[in-house]
Ligand binder design. Structure first.
Ligand code: C2O
Ligand code: CU
Ligand code: CU
Length: 539
């Protein structure tokens, strides 16, 4: 980005020579990284972080029933808006059998309560912060006005918060200041128009420098958007539609969640201890907050709405029967809603913050048998994710139509008025280790990209190691990976793309919806906290 062509220069159509050269620059970067090094890195999934070891005994897998997060009831549905209230507070839960674990929660549970919405019907959520630190709520994947998008310095301060560093929006110890921060005390109303394709969104904390530990402690929940068109498809529904929030955690001897924070109070000093600069991994796999759970199913199709809410762990999911047969994972949707047509996978890679909407068919399997959801990238206990136990015969009138949606964007390269390059690489900041976008650490006061509302742009993203890159506000299409066509799981409209080591991917998007300041960043939460974020100003 800063290497060349930062702004919108040149004519509105066709690429200037400078921009074309810019693409060459990105390729040069990959060459410099060394593709063989990249290939070697790609074979080492551990590169996404260092694993913590739990200090309490862990339960055997497939004992705890899969919890389904409660659906939150609106406090009012008057005036065409659904209004909700969520209190962020400390709570404790029995995540491991017989062990109490203190958590930071939305409404007392982890995951937080699920919000169910209809497309185009606005939702207002009043968040009340009763936690001991400032918080920020972001609806990931939401097409949200900037004022409600949860910018990291738009803090909601807890009662009696006297830390002067946060009144400037950012720890002044780093000499940063965000004049545009909108800080509130105790509560804040977030408004979500939800004028967008139906899909699985999630809300999570986004506080400057402290997002990773806040999510780790429990500040994450689901938000599902639906519409009549999707409802009419006949996909598996009701008890046969299962949201699955997958997240790894580790437990300290006292039952609390272990996390290598430099400042365990999460009040002042951000960051993690050195071995975890690349990311924090746990040795326990939770689904909807339960360790290696089991769910009883009918001999029928199920719709799994999978979210990887882990800070840094990548998964490659497979569904394996008792006799070692792999079941098809029929993908019907991506981060930003339905695909044009279903795509059948044998294994599905899922990076932090990505979502996949998948149909799995348990019909024909013997009652009493089990199907394991397995992570091919895990080892030992982290290979298992959860299991489905075939409990009963049942009829199934669900369908998986050959055409799922006809409203996907059709942007082409020739529509793009700008082509920009961004590198995502390790580097130095604040005199220590950081993760940088275009060679720079995040600065809320710096505008990295200025774009015009409605403009189509092609972005070329280049990575050193694994980086799941997320854009706020917009969905995008993947055009290429390392000069080759996208992978099968890149289909559909995405808001997070998993860059593999040494990879250069091209995405295309249209910056529409709202003007204002938005983020794009790596969703490895530790990388994000270590400055791998940048600003887009939509004018
Ligand atoms: Cu999941 Cu910036 O967000
Ligand atoms: Cu987001
Ligand atoms: Cu990253």
């Amino acid at each position: 980005m800063r290497e060349h062509d930062e702004g919108r220069s040149g004519p509105a159509h066709g690429l200037t020579r400078r921009r074309v050269l810019g693409i060459g620059g990105a390729l040069g970067l990959v060459a410099a990284t060394g593709l063989s090094t990249a290939a070697a890195l790609a074979r080492r999934p551990s590169i996404t972080g260092a694993e913590l070891r739990s200090a309490v005994p862990l339960p055997p897998p497939f004992q705890v029933p899969l919890p389904i997060p409660p659906v939150l009831k609106p406090v009012s549905t008057e005036g065409g808006t659904d209004r909700y209230e969520i209190t962020q507070r400390e709570a404790s839960a029995e995540i491991l059998p017989g062990v109490r674990t203190p958590l930071w929660t939305y409404e007392g549970t982890f995951p937080g309560p699920t919000i169910e919405s209809r497309r185009g019907r606005p939702v207002t959520v009043t968040h009340r912060n009763e936690l001991p630190v400032p918080t920020v709520v972001h609806l990931h994947g939401g097409r949200t006005p900037a004022a409600s998008d949860g910018y990291p310095t738009d803090l909601v301060l807890p009662e009696d918060w006297h830390d002067t560093t946060t009144h400037t929006g950012h720890g002044s110890e780093h000499g940063m200041h965000d004049p545009r921060a909108v800080v509130t005390e105790l509560t804040r109303d977030y408004t979500f128009p939800l004028d967008q394709r139906p899909t699985l969104l999630w809300y999570h904390d986004h506080r400057m420098d402290f997002t990773a530990p806040a999510i780790w402690r429990g500040l994450a929940g689901l938000h599902i958007v639906r519409d009549d068109t999707e409802d009419a498809l006949g996909l598996p529904a009701g008890p046969r539609e299962l949201p699955l929030m997958i997240a790894d955690r580790a437990f300290a001897a006292d039952g609390s969640l272990a996390y290598p924070a430099l400042d365990p109070t999460l009040r002042e000093r951000p960051g993690v201890h050195e071995p975890h600069f690349a990311g924090v991994l746990g040795d326990v796999i939770l689904v909807n907050g339960a360790p290696w759970p089991v769910h009883e199913v009918d001999t029928a199709r199920y719709r799994l709405r999978i979210l990887n809410a882990s800070n840094a762990r990548h998964y490659e999911l497979e569904a394996v029967t008792d006799d070692g047969r792999r079941l098809d994972l029929v993908q019907v949707g991506a981060d930003q809603g339905l695909l044009a047509a279903p795509i059948t996978h044998q294994a599905l890679p899922i990076a932090p913050a990505e979502r996949y909407d998948v149909i799995i068919d348990f019909s024909g399997l013997p009652v009493g048998s089990r199907v394991g959801l397995v992570n091919r990238l895990g080892s030992g206990r982290t290979r298992d994710v959860m299991a489905f136990r075939i409990a009963r015969h049942a009829t199934d009138d669900s369908r998986v139509p050959r055409t799922l949606s006809t409203d996907l964007p059709t942007w082409r390269r020739t529509d793009a008025v700008s082509v920009r390059d961004f590198s995502f690489r390790a580097g130095r900041m604040r005199g220590g280790h950081g993760w940088l976008v275009g060679g720079l650490p995040f600065d809320p006061a710096r505008t990295d990209v200025t774009t015009r509302l409605g403009d189509v742009e092609v972005w070329r993203l280049v990575a050193d190691v694994h980086h799941p890159i997320h854009l706020h506000l917009v969905g995008f299409l993947v055009l290429s990976r390392s000069g080759r066509p996208p992978l099968p799981h890149d289909a559909g409209l995405k808001d997070t793309i998993s860059l593999r080591p040494g990879e250069a991917a091209e995405i295309i998007t249209r910056f529409d919806g709202y003007r204002g300041r938005y983020l794009f960043h790596c969703h490895n939460a530790e990388h994000e906290d270590m400055a791998m974020m940048a600003n887009v100003e939509i004018i």
